[in-house]
Write a protein that binds this ligand. Structure first.
Ligand code: PLP
Length: 388
């Protein structure tokens, strides 16, 4: 396996990290080992037998090493979806009676998992504002075990006080877990500031082509192995075909995300100046409340933005009709731009009161910016806003 040198940049790591040299039969591309099961050496333990559900076959090991190098982790694990990564990690770290501090602006699926399943698993949790460290001590309980946050919140695009999360958790002896989907390791590597575990919906930026569902967990070999053993029991393993596509997508991660950073900033600036736009949420804009903090923490502001029009829901729907480039669709992180109203899609499972509390009004529009030419994107929005 090749580990690019410690000071290699993320572009080099994306292409070469975890690659075998020479590859099987001299191949530059690691093949798909589709076999379910492999012969067993005497004395091999259960979790080390090569079997797809045990996440131990050659294609899975290759992908794990590639993912680990991207997050600068000792080890990584691929899962069947982002939600499998999140639920399996929580099932590994929390026992009945445990309590967690969790961000009050989580991805809808994570929020729904906690609100619908935590009580029956015997866990409790307290929502905290990840941007207000002064409020966390009051929420901590003797039985608190972990602190769960997201790098950039969805869909308000706020940037959590992540260094403070690590400092607080270390003082209090809590395990820190972060969903880094929105930033991707190109814009932020949480382990480098001391997070214990980083998770992704690899369905999004890591793969980048909107053609598979996968997840990832990365961190110390000890913690990742514990999560793998849980995954082996619950069964949310990634199929080698999807793993092959994910590894292929990973090689272009850095160029894609940099183009998305650039396009998002260009479009956010354009929207912020437009008279029909009431507000824009993008941390790359100096008017964003987290701008200075984000500029210090992140290497790029990401491809996600949200905004509201002066004309409310009707204007949002008219804009969706008039746009020619973005697809009207939820999800994010692919090469094509997507536009959606979170209240009607990703956050529809949340109560209206919870949505309102964190600012997800019915007319909020979320954008996942792709890698199209930024001039074409601004022209398209200009023309469409003219019809709203
Ligand atoms: N985390 C974030 C931030 C997401 O946006 C999503 C999906 O949209 C997930 C996790 C869940 O990922 P998946 O759909 O791959 O299960």
């Amino acid at each position: 396996m090749v580990h690019p040198s410690d000071d290699a940049r993320i572009d080099t790591i994306a292409v070469h990290g975890g690659e075998r040299r020479p590859g099987p039969e001299g191949s530059l591309v690691f093949p798909i080992y589709q076999g379910t099961v492999y012969t067993v050496e005497p004395g091999t333990g259960y979790h080390d037998m090569k079997y797809i559900r045990l996440n131990s076959t050659p294609s899975q090991a290759y992908l794990h090493e590639k993912l680990a190098t991207l997050e600068g982790a000792e080890a990584a694990l691929a899962t069947a979806s982002g939600m499998a990564a999140i639920t399996t990690t929580l099932l590994t770290l929390l026992r009945p009676g445990d309590h967690a501090l969790v961000s009050d602006c989580l991805y809808g699926g994570t929020h729904d998992f906690l609100t619908q399943k935590a009580a029956e698993l015997g866990w409790s949790y307290t929502f905290v504002d990840p941007r207000r460290p002064e409020t966390w001590a009051a929420a901590r309980r003797p039985e608190t075990r972990l602190f769960l946050v997201e790098t950039i919140t969805n869909p308000m695009i706020r940037v959590a006080r992540l260094r403070d999360v690590v400092t607080f958790a270390r003082q209090e002896g809590l395990t820190t877990v972060i969903d880094n989907t929105f930033a991707s390791p190109v814009n932020f590597r949480p382990l480098s500031i001391g997070f214990d575990l980083v998770m992704h919906s690899a369905t999004k930026y890591l793969n980048g082509h909107s053609d598979l569902v996968a997840g990832c967990v990365a961190g110390s070999a000890e913690l990742v192995d514990r999560v793998r053993h849980t995954l082996n029991l619950y069964g949310g393993s990634l199929d080698p075909h999807a793993g092959f596509l994910l590894a292929r997508g990973l090689k272009t991660l850095a160029v894609r995300v940099r183009a998305q950073n650039h396009n998002a900033l260009t479009l956010a600036r354009f929207l912020a100046e437009h008279p029909k736009v009431a507000e824009v949420h993008y941390p790359g804009l100096p008017t964003h409340p987290d701008h200075e903090h984000a500029a210090r923490l992140l290497s790029g502001f990401g491809g996600m933005a949200s905004f509201r029009l002066t004309g409310g829901v009707a204007a949002a729907e008219a804009l969706f009709e008039a746009l020619r480039i973005p697809y009207v669709a939820p999800s994010l992180g692919g090469v094509e731009s997507l536009i959606t109203r979170p209240a009607a899609t990703s956050h529809a499972g949340m109560s209206a009161a919870d949505r309102e509390r964190i600012g997800i009004t019915d007319d909020l529009i979320r954008l996942s910016i792709g890698i199209e030419d930024p001039a074409d994107l601004t022209d398209d929005f200009d023309a469409a806003l003219g019809k709203v």
